[in-house]
Structures are given as structure tokens and as C-alpha cells.
Design a protein around this ligand. Structure first.
Ligand SMILES: *[C@@H]1O[C@H](CO)[C@@H](O)[C@H](O)[C@H]1NC(C)=O
Ligand SMILES: *[C@@H]1O[C@H](CO)[C@@H](O)[C@H](O)[C@H]1NC(C)=O
Ligand SMILES: *[C@@H]1O[C@H](CO)[C@@H](O)[C@H](O)[C@H]1NC(C)=O
Length: 468
């Protein structure tokens, strides 16, 4: 009995030692714990997460297999130099994030204008503060517009073009995350635009095959890999491409031996089609009209939202077909149109008057409606399969949206009516609270959509140890 108290300090020491050893494994390892926060499509896994585990990028304890399999043997390549300068910086960032979680001190040196708080966040984003201190991205200069260094700034694919411009060299204001030299970069951007390739390469041809797109992406990477040492040294693991066009993932899906490690930042985040939530980044689809980066208008409170649910859109794909079959023109509370009646209230007005906004997948999983609903202060109802929602690594979507499985589309009304009013009001407030993460600014601002995407990228980079 008397040994119990004397054992306690020893146990604490043991735990500390083990975590230290695990944390400092120098070889090419990947860490799961930040990213185990990301569940594929359901947001209900939040309960499994403990606060600290979500933020601390520990090594893959208990996992046999790193989630990125490098095509080159990194462990032999870099043994002689051991931890390089960049890796040392990343190690300090990991330690700072870990320390912030342990001490629950999330203040940074900056004058804080916004501190993420509350149940919508899986962690208080100490990792964001570290990103601002350290993260540097090198954008390759190879290639010419319009296929490279430019992308659409309008349309539902606009976020693709804005990301390319933001990280590119064309603006007067350089992104604070742009590396001055590639030697300083933690991540490397391949700034080609899938939307522009489809637009300019395909227009004369009938776009029935991915072949020209795939050839283009492969050729681009070949050039980059021949001219610079960076692709080869990581097997592409610290490289990323960004695309909002539906074909984004298809550009690099073939040739796994070549593209197997690349981080794909895509709107079409379909986990059934090779989107890997631990390696890839789900990009929010932001519909931009006339280059207006429309910030959210004033939002109506729940008391001024007479409609229960709203949707208007074409019969694109099996999910929308099911939705329209069950609900189109059938109900006064669940208002579903294929096309809005002429002369009536606009799409935006209807979203603003509705408690819930239905966001079914179309031909592809992503829908600009998720962001539109958030702008309108309307609680999104996610109807999709295998869609990995944007920022699932930091946002707990179950706190601000409702998920309706495709096979329960007929029950939408019952499901929404069963949500208690108090719960609805909380969700609606949180929707308004997360608006800033979905607003597109140029140049980007703290915690806006571009910087949150970079933060998702930063988390994935933190989970890699590349030895330089
Ligand atoms: C990488 O190199 C290490 C050390 O030489 C070796 O033990 C390991 O088997 C190699 N891995 C692969 C995948 O070739
Ligand atoms: C929290 O961290 C900041 C920055 O490292 C430091 O200046 C501050 O003193 C810490 N606050 C507490 C209460 O420990
Ligand atoms: C997601 O991928 C699966 C597998 O290819 C496909 O069957 C499904 O239609 C895709 N989802 C959407 C909404 O396109």
C-alpha cells in the first residue's frame, strides 16, 4: 500500500520520457494525431477527440504504417545531415503547439483581434499562430499563363484562381507566406490551373477524356523535378496542387508511383475517389460573381426565418434527383425548386429567410451552397456521400450543420423538425461565427478562407518529417 504514493512521480516521469522519445524520432515518420481529427465524411467523430490530441502532432503511436509512403528512401538519403534547419524549426513549432495545449495558453506575440474559441473548434488553433510565425511556401516559376500562374477569378471555381494569384508572384502585395528562396520553403506549390487547362486545352476538343489534362500535369511536374532538387528529395510529399474544378483530383489520380505523395488541395473531396483526408486538403467552393468577393450581408435572426428549409438547383446527379423527386413543389415548409419561379424572391433572399439550407452534392461532392448558406446565416444541411467537408481538421461541423444521409432524404422534414429550438439557435449563431473562415479576401486576411486552407496545409506539413 505504501508503494503507491512513491510510484506516482516515477510514472509521470516515465510517461514524459516515452513521449519525448516518441516525439523525437528523427526518421521519416508521419504523425496521425492532428489528422485523426479528420473523419472522412461524418462529423460525428468529434466525441472521440480529446482537446489535446487534436492539436498535438505526436508520432504515429500504435499505427504500423505511415500514411505517406515516399517513393524515394528518405531515411537513407538524409541520415548524414540528420535534422536540417527547416526540420528544427518545425520541431520547435510542434513543441510550441504541444506546450500551448498543455498549458492552455494560446496567446501569441501579435495583438490579437480574433481568438478562435468555443465548441466549433477542435482545438484553439495554436497551430495557426505557429503557422504565422514560420510557414513558408515556394511557388514554382516554370510555365506560362493561362495554364500556369493564372486561374479563374470568377465562377464556382474562383477559389482556384485566387489561391494561385495569392501565392504567385504577380501581385504587388506578396503573401506573407511566400518564401523568398526555395531553400526556405516548407511546402512547394505547383501553380497550374485545372480549370484553365480544361478551358484552353479542351475547348477545341471534345472533353471526354482526362488524357490531355493528365499529360499536362505530369509534364509540369517532370520539368519541375528536372530543374530543381525539391521534388525528388521528398518524393513530392511536401508539394501541393490546388484545384476547384471537378477534374482536379483526376489530373493526378493516375500514376500513383509518381503522384502518390502529392498533397491535393481540391474542392472535389470525394473520399470514394481517392481523396485522402489525412494527406489532402478539402477546398471550399466559393461562388464569385463579377469579381465581387462578396462579404456576408447582414444576417436575419432565427425569428425572421419563416421557412424551414430551402433548395433550388438543377437535377444534377443522383442525390439531387432523389431530393427533387421527394420534395420539389410538394411542401410549404421544405421549399424545393428545380428552377426559381421568375419574378419571385431571389435565391439569396430565400436562403436568408430559411432556417436550414439544403446542400446536396451535384455531379460532384462539393457544392457552393455550403458557403452560400454560411454567408446567409442559414444552417447547412449536408446531403452527400463520402464528401470530406472543408476544414474538418479544425471545425466540428456537427456543431453548425445537420447531416442527412442520402437514404433518408424522404425524412428531411421530420429530421429538421426534431432539432430542438435551443439547439437550432446555437447552430445558427455558430454559422455566423464561422463566416470569417469562408470569406475570400485579396490579399488574404487572418483566418479567412485562403489562410485557413494554408493552415490545413500547414497541419499536413507538420505531420511530415523530411529531415531537412
Ligand atoms: C531504406 O533504407 C534503410 C536504411 O538503409 C533500410 O533499412 C530500409 O529497408 C530502406 N527502405 C526501403 C523502402 O527501401
Ligand atoms: C502565455 O504565452 C505568452 C507567449 O509565449 C507569454 O508571453 C505569456 O506570459 C503566457 N501567459 C501565461 C499566463 O503563462
Ligand atoms: C464519389 O465517388 C464515387 C466513386 O467513384 C462515385 O460513385 C460518386 O458518384 C461520387 N460522388 C459524387 C457526388 O459525385
Amino acid at each position: 500500500m505504501s508503494c503507491a504514493p512513491s510510484l506516482a512521480p516515477f510514472l509521470v516521469l516515465l510517461v514524459l520520457l516515452v513521449s519525448l522519445v516518441v516525439f523525437q524520432r528523427p526518421d521519416f515518420t508521419t504523425s496521425h494525431s492532428v489528422l485523426t481529427a479528420i473523419s472522412s465524411s461524418s462529423s460525428s467523430s468529434s466525441s472521440k477527440l480529446n482537446h489535446n490530441a487534436a492539436v498535438v502532432p505526436a508520432s504515429p503511436v500504435g499505427s504500423d504504417e505511415p500514411f505517406i509512403r515516399p517513393s524515394v528512401n528518405l531515411s537513407t538519403q538524409h541520415t548524414e545531415r540528420k535534422e536540417g534547419r527547416l526540420e528544427q524549426g518545425l520541431a520547435r513549432a510542434r513543441a510550441a503547439i504541444r506546450w500551448a495545449a498543455l498549458s492552455r495558453n494560446y496567446t501569441s506575440d501579435k495583438e490579437e483581434t480574433f481568438i478562435p474559441r468555443g465548441p466549433i473548434y477542435r482545438n484553439p488553433l495554436a497551430s495557426y499562430i505557429e503557422m504565422e510565425k514560420r510557414f513558408k511556401i515556394w511557388t514554382y516559376r516554370e510555365g506560362e499563363p493561362p495554364l500556369v500562374h493564372s486561374g479563374p477569378h470568377n465562377s464556382i471555381y474562383a477559389v482556384e484562381g485566387h489561391l494561385i494569384s495569392e501565392l504567385g508572384d504577380d501581385g504587388e502585395e506578396k503573401s506573407p507566406f511566400s518564401a523568398r528562396r526555395p531553400e526556405d520553403a516548407h511546402a512547394f506549390f505547383l501553380p497550374f490551373s485545372v480549370a484553365n487547362v480544361v478551358e484552353y486545352v479542351y475547348k477545341p476538343v471534345v472533353p471526354r477524356t482526362y488524357k490531355p489534362l493528365r499529360r499536362f500535369a505530369r509534364d509540369y511536374v517532370r520539368v519541375v523535378a528536372e530543374r530543381h532538387p525539391y521534388w525528388r528529395r521528398s518524393g513530392g510529399a511536401d508539394h501541393f496542387m490546388a484545384a476547384c474544378h471537378d477534374w482536379g483530383p483526376a489530373a493526378t489520380r493516375s500514376h500513383p508511383e509518381f503522384f502518390g505523395n502529392l498533397i491535393r488541395v481540391v474542392c472535389n473531396a470525394n473520399a470514394s475517389e481517392g481523396f485522402d483526408p489525412q494527406r489532402d486538403v478539402s477546398l471550399p467552393e466559393v461562388y464569385i460573381v463579377d469579381r465581387r468577393l462578396s462579404p456576408p450581408d447582414s444576417v436575419k435572426p432565427p425569428s425572421q426565418r419563416p421557412m424551414l428549409a430551402f433548395f433550388a438547383g438543377g437535377s444534377h446527379g443522383y442525390i439531387r434527383e432523389a431530393l427533387l423527386r421527394h420534395w420539389k413543389g410538394k411542401d410549404e415548409e421544405v421549399v424545393v425548386h428545380e428552377y426559381l419561379p421568375k419574378g419571385g424572391p431571389s435565391y439569396g433572399e430565400l436562403m436568408g429567410k430559411s432556417r436550414y439550407c439544403l446542400c446536396p452534392s451535384g455531379y460532384e461532392v462539393a457544392s457552393p451552397r455550403v458557403v452560400e448558406a454560411i454567408y446567409a446565416g442559414c444552417v447547412p444541411v449536408i446531403i452527400s456521400e463520402a464528401y470530406v467537408l472543408p476544414f474538418s481538421d479544425v471545425l466540428d461541423w456537427s456543431q453548425l450543420s445537420v447531416t442527412v444521409p442520402v437514404e433518408r432524404i424522404a425524412e428531411i422534414k421530420d429530421i429538421l423538425k426534431a432539432v430542438p429550438d435551443g439547439r437550432y439557435r446555437k447552430m445558427q449563431k455558430r454559422v455566423v461565427q464561422v463566416q470569417r473562415h469562408f470569406v475570400l479576401n485579396r490579399p488574404a486576411r487572418r483566418f479567412d478562407v485562403i489562410n485557413m486552407v494554408l493552415h490545413s496545409l500547414w497541419l499536413r506539413r507538420l505531420n511530415l518529417r523530411l529531415g531537412y
